[in-house]
Design a protein around this ligand. Structure first.
Ligand SMILES: CC(C)[C@H](C(=O)O)[C@@H](O)C(=O)O
Ligand code: SF4
Length: 467
């Protein structure tokens, strides 16, 4: 048998049918659903008189539209948001799928809830009508976003029509420097490959620096595979993965656990397997980074200066000029001189317990800059509860942060947590497009520790100065 990549192995184990042109019918193990991309899909089922094929493999949770303030127990004020969340409530009930409603402590961002509840397991195919489904690849699951019509197809058949992507390897060798985190890795990779670097590929992240990451860190890395243009990101499961999964509510138990482990232990890329593209980055070379522009590839070390548009080539010259203007920056300006007025810690990229710990570590005993608006939005109600138990919530509150309820929040402008035109935010999320956090808002992507540092000084700050 010829050597296979991890992606090849999971793919081969799920192909139910292959057509002559290579189009495959893939069996889907888990279908995650949120309120934004599912209403029409359920409506389609209703009109066709169909059921959900595998309700026991289908999990729904509202996240994008939910407010994160305590008054949400009284319902959602915005009519469009309310209608979407109410539709999900009804669809989950009518079709008998697993559901974590807004006032359930387990509610949160779908990509945080899935792994937390043990729905996401190694070797699975996982889909969701959401591009950041890539997050689940951290478990060695083939996980990707799908469109609304595909959501309907998976609901009805538990299969998806797919063509195989090419294999890409991103290796991060060696150790990380102090102050450098999984977020810096994933941003640095996109800085290197560009937002189209992964187009047509599934990326497997490997190397010592990846192996040394916790599951939280691995999820952060895979989360942004999509910003690097890839179909999905993957990390081979190992002891760290099994340790995380064991004992979770929906993880296999007893003999089923043993059987699962026998399969999970085969989930690695064979010696000599072929990758169509390879990128290698030395872990030691990665610095704490921030984005300066309106694309996730606009990444630079915090010690750098805002680039000059002429530094680029081709279409990127004009794009950089526009970015710099939109961002209200000056070419040549030191990034560490850029003043910010808002800090957002949360999202499916960095809303897990380890992220909150990293930010709290920097904030301990300190206060945020006068006039700063800073919020922490745990990725799930359970992350929030754990952070309260560990005393992190008190650190945030004493520092001057707002301590919110779980949801996508200020990651995107679909709920009340938004930037005003011209406001500048240090954000731990994954997208910095124009208007992403609110019309006219300006976003700098960075790690939770870097976000905490910025909250204290009021400007983009090298976290190493505060360590
Ligand atoms: C709303 C949803 C479809 C969207 C996505 O697919 O990613 C959102 O989660 C995002 O991050 O932009
Ligand atoms: S937290 Fe942000 S990136 Fe993640 S699913 Fe929600 S909106 Fe999308």
């Amino acid at each position: 048998m010829s050597p296979k990549t991890l992606y090849d192995k999971i793919w081969d184990a799920h192909v139910a049918h292959e057509a002559d042109d290579g189009t495959c019918l893939l069996y889907i193990d888990r279908h995650l659903v949120h309120e934004v991309t599912s209403p029409q899909a359920f409506e389609g089922l209703r009109m066709a008189g169909r059921k959900v094929r595998a309700p026991e493999k289908t999990i729904a949770v509202p996240d994008h539209n939910v407010p994160t303030t305590p008054d949400r127990v009284n319902g959602i004020e915005n009519p469009e948001s309310r209608i979407q969340v109410e539709a999900l409530d009804k669809n989950a009930r009518d079709f008998g799928i697993h559901y974590y409603p807004v006032n359930d402590v387990r509610q949160g961002i779908v990509h945080i809830v899935g792994p937390e509840q043990g729905w996401t397991l190694p070797g699975m195919t996982v889909v969701c009508g959401d591009s950041h489904t890539a997050t689940h690849g951290a478990f060695g699951a083939l996980a990707h976003g799908i469109g609304t019509s595909e959501v309907e197809h998976v609901l009805a058949t538990q299969t998806l029509i797919q063509k195989k992507s090419k294999n890409m390897k991103v290796e991060i060798t060696g150790k990380l420097q102090p102050g450098v985190t999984a977020k810096d890795i994933t941003l640095a990779v996109i800085g290197e490959t560009g937002t189209a670097g992964g187009t047509g590929y599934v990326i497997e992240y490997c190397g010592e620096a990846i192996r040394n990451l916790s599951m939280e860190g691995r999820m952060t890395v895979c989360n942004m595979a999509i910003e690097g243009g890839a179909r999905a990101g993957l990390i081979a499961p190992d002891e760290t993965t099994f340790e995380y999964v064991k004992g979770r509510p929906h993880a296999p138990k007893g003999a089923q656990w043993e059987a699962a482990m026998n399969w999970w232990k085969t989930l690695y890329t064979d010696e000599g397997a072929h990758f169509d593209k390879v990128v290698t980055i030395r872990g030691e070379d990665i610095a704490p980074v921030v984005t300066w522009g309106t694309s996730p590839e606009d990444v630079l070390p915090i010690t750098a200066t805002v680039p000059h548009p002429e530094d680029f080539e081709g279409g990127k010259v004009e794009a950089a000029r526009r970015s710099i203007e939109y961002m209200g920056l000056k070419a040549g300006q030191k990034l560490s001189d850029v003043e910010i007025d808002t800090v957002f810690i949360g999202s499916c990229t960095n809303g897990r317990i380890e992220d909150l710990r990293a930010a709290a570590e920097i904030l301990k005993g300190k206060k945020i800059k006068d006039g700063m608006r800073a919020m922490v939005v745990p990725g799930s109600g359970l992350v929030r509860a754990q952070a309260e138990e560990e005393g992190l919530a008190d650190i945030f509150k004493e520092a001057g942060f707002e301590w919110r309820l779980a949801g996508c929040s200020m990651c995107l402008a679909m709920n009340p947590d938004q930037l005003q035109p011209g406001e500048r935010c240090a954000a731990t999320s994954n997208r910095n497009f124009e208007g992403r956090q609110g019309r006219g808002g300006r976003t700098h992507l960075l790690s939770p520790a870097m976000a905490a540092a910025a909250a204290i000084t009021g400007r983009l700050t090298d976290v190493r100065e505060l360590m």
